[in-house]
Design a protein around this ligand. Structure first.
Ligand code: MG
Length: 447
């Protein structure tokens, strides 16, 4: 069984994600690093966090590494810290998964997520159980550093036009969901001169009000308070605070694809350059790039692919639709608090959030998932059939994307479940629906 899924190692705490597993993953990382170097280790607010962090620390020390325990911090804060102060990192988190979950996520020395090849090396060591073991006098040092969150907050303040934001004295309602963002986002906003109203901003691993995933159905309170308080913006984060969802001043959720295009448009109005996005992203980004006369580069789905391509091409902006925006002037990973600060910078020119969303072209999107037991052969069959179609353009960078007139269909196997996802998009609603049934038919004939 693969140890690493799409987002590190995840499962139910103390059932699958046990202290023993955390020790062995940390030992494997230490072995991979040649028993040399410093790693930073942080955690989100989950109840099992201390247990797993302690175990991972013990494992890494036994491999001879130096450990800096940075405590409770958002994953982008730990990434920012690793980039400048450590050789790699471990984050104890299960991101947006429900309360009972936890996991380990590895961070590369440059602050990006660990690469897939790096993960498979670590995984090989994990299953071989050939761990480096330091002699008694070489077991590692353990230090603590409580400055990680302050360092991160200051980094964001420096990366945006904080003067303009301060002048506006925005009113912002914040729901950090009792997760790791609780220790950074309200304080960042305060420092940006905002009037901040918080809900669920105490760190609490029981997640008493809502699960860590910020879905609209659990954010009713956020919406109500935005409306009743006359706030300029509402923001909610997931458990490890790399993602964020936004509500405009009317209390309406901002579509993730619209948010991405909106920010891309702003960035390109100030600085021209390449932008990067996964193949699953909306045509809104195509329009924004065309309007600015810049190149848009597609990648496979996953923020690590976007981040690496951005580094390679010196892109000015990149990101994916699930609230994962990447700003190179800050760091090469998705970062909810940075996205929030940037959005305030965009608003500081004097437009409301709802007006900003209107500047983005309108498209209709459809999504669907289909159960499928043999993902590989079904995808091969879909691919073969698609190449027989005439007059279409096909892209197989990740799954199968077919460009039709006035829209596209993307068919992708899930990385974790026996399902195939189908996406369709068009400027015309009926065409989007038509393309969706076309995609569904492609999958059905091959299933
Ligand atoms: Mg997350």
């Amino acid at each position: 069984m693969a140890l690493f899924g799409t987002n590190g190692v995840r499962g139910i705490a103390n059932e699958y994600i046990t202290p023993e597993l955390a020790i062995d993953v940390a030992k494997s990382l230490g072995t991979f690093m040649g028993s040399k170097g410093t790693i930073a280790i942080g955690r989100d607010t989950r109840l099992s966090g201390d247990m797993l962090k302690s175990a991972a620390i013990a494992g890494a020390l036994s491999a001879g590494l130096t450990i800096i325990d940075v405590g409770i911090a958002p994953v982008p804060a730990v990434q920012y810290y690793v980039r400048d102060h450590a050789d790699s990192g471990i984050m104890i988190t299960a991101s947006h998964n429900p309360r009972e979950y936890n996991g380990l996520k590895l961070i590369a020395g440059d602050g990006t997520e660990f690469s897939r090849t790096g993960e498979s090396e670590v995984e090989k060591i994990y299953y071989s159980r050939k761990f480096a073991s330091a002699t008694w006098d070489r077991t590692g040092d353990l230090r603590t550093d409580n400055s990680v969150n302050e360092y991160y907050i200051q980094g964001i303040i420096n990366a945006v036009d904080s003067e303009s934001i301060r002048r506006k004295q925005f009113k912002v309602v914040v729901d950090t969901g009792c997760g790791a963002g609780s220790v950074t986002l309200p304080f960042l906003l305060q420092r940006l001169g905002c009037k901040v109203i918080t809900i669920n901003a105490q760190t609490d691993g029981t997640f008493p009000w809502r699960n860590p995933e910020p879905t609209p159905d659990v954010l009713t309170e956020l919406v109500n308070i935005v409306r009743s308080s006359g706030a300029d913006m509402g923001i909610a984060q997931d458990g490890d605070a790399d993602r964020a969802v936004f509500v405009d001043e009317k209390g309406d959720f901002i579509d993730e694809e619209v948010l991405l295009a909106m920010i891309a448009k702003y960035i390109l109005s100030r600085r021209k350059g390449v932008i990067v996005t996964p193949i699953s992203t909306s045509l809104r980004m195509v329009d924004v790039a065309a309007e600015a006369g810049v190149e848009l580069i597609w990648t496979a789905v996953g923020s690590i692919n976007v981040a690496r391509k951005m580094i390679e091409t010196g892109a000015v902006f990149g990101g994916e639709g699930n609230g994962g925006l990447i700003f190179p002037e800050h760091q090469y990973c998705r970062d909810g608090a940075m996205a929030c600060a940037k959005l305030l910078e965009v608003m500081a020119v004097g437009t409301t959030l709802s007006d900003l969303t209107k500047n983005v072209p309108v498209y209709f999107n459809a999504k669907m998932k289909v159960r499928c037991d043999d993902l590989i052969s079904t995808m091969e069959c879909v691919k073969a059939n698609v190449f027989l179609e005439k007059g279409v353009e096909v892209d197989t960078i990740d799954g199968v994307k077919v460009w039709y007139d006035e829209g596209w269909v993307l068919i992708r196997p899930s990385g974790t479940e026996p399902i195939i996802r189908i996406f369709a998009e068009s400027k015309i609603k009926s065409r989007a629906e038509e393309l969706m049934s076309r995609g569904l038919k492609l999958v059905e004939t091959c299933r």
